[in-house]
Design a binder for this molecule. Structure first.
Ligand code: ADP
Ligand code: MG
Length: 264
């Protein structure tokens, strides 16, 4: 039950034969004396959008941050592609860091106030020589992907609306062509109308990029609109996982039923 079997499901079998973008097996994470994740098994298939839902404090961000390497596992395995995160070092580790990108809830947290959007995107590509002119085409393509005006390049984060800033944060993650993007409550702080704008963007990007996405949200309605699969976390364990169009109409776990009962 814990492991996603979505790759064996028709018609949602995009990328069925490929290695998953990421997977965790028996993952435990402990802070001090408190175990927050209790042996989590999860596969994120290549190219798919997987929603991670569950109430506040259930361990969603902890799981997301462990996949990026911000949190260290206290047990179990984390794999990006086929490689075990705990065994790669040096240059390979640096390369691997680029393969998983984390987009936080608050775009201000991930964007420097003193850099133009062009500089921020150039720096993501090339930390040592952050010259937007060197990467003009890739930066233009990234802005186009998130439907931002190319004229935005010379603007600073404070000159954008909240929704536009979140688009920049998404572009910054995608420009590296990562295997996996962790989107941690990226619509949660936005006004409803702006939230709808980001949802439409994510919908339009679905299938356009090879990157998989772990879309963390406590909003089940948003997950239904944006995701291929859904994973339900309850107090540090995964209680249910599967394609959205199977789990939403027919939840198996009692906790999933309760969560879904609150969706309008
Ligand atoms: P969610 O994202 O589902 O709201 P979190 O993963 O942020 O939940 O938190 C799960 C639990 O782990 C919470 O009880 C939280 O207080 C605790 N926790 C998260 N990060 C840390 C940390 N760096 N140090 C100590 N406790 C933490
Ligand atoms: Mg969280």
């Amino acid at each position: 039950m814990n492991t996603m079997d979505a790759t064996s499901q028709a018609p949602a079998a995009r990328g069925a034969a490929r290695a998953p973008a990421a997977s965790v097996e028996g993952l435990t994470v402990t802070f001090g004396h408190t175990e927050v994740l209790h042996g989590v098994d999860l596969e994120i298939p290549d190219g798919r959008v997987v929603g991670l839902v569950g109430e506040s404090g259930s361990g969603k961000s902890t799981l997301g941050k462990t996949l990026v390497g911000i949190n260290k596992p206290s047990g179990g395995t984390v794999r990006i592609g086929t490689r075990d995160l705990s065994t790669v070092q040096g240059a390979e580790r640096t390369a691997m860091r680029r393969e998983v990108q984390y987009v936080p809830q608050d775009p201000y947290a991930s964007l420097s106030p003193r850099r133009t959007i062009g500089q921020t995107l150039a720096e993501a590509l090339d930390p040592h020589r952050a010259d937007p002119k060197r990467h003009r085409e890739r930066i233009a393509a990234a802005l186009d992907q998130v439907k931002l005006d190319p004229k935005s390049l010379d603007k600073y984060p404070h000159q954008f609306s909240g929704g536009q800033r979140q688009r920049v944060a998404i572009a910054r993650a995608l420009i590296l062509d990562p295997k996996l993007v962790i989107a941690d409550e990226i619509t949660s702080a936005l006004d409803v109308s702006v939230q709808a704008e980001i949802i439409r963007l994510l919908q339009s990007m679905r299938g356009e990029t090879d990157s998989a996405m772990l879309f963390i949200s406590h909003n089940l309605a948003v997950v239904q609109q944006v995701c291929d699969d859904v994973v339900v976390m309850y107090r540090g364990s995964i209680v249910e996982a599967g394609p959205v169009d199977r789990v939403y109409p027919n939840p198996q776990h009692e906790y999933t039923r309760r969560l879904l009962a609150s969706v309008p």
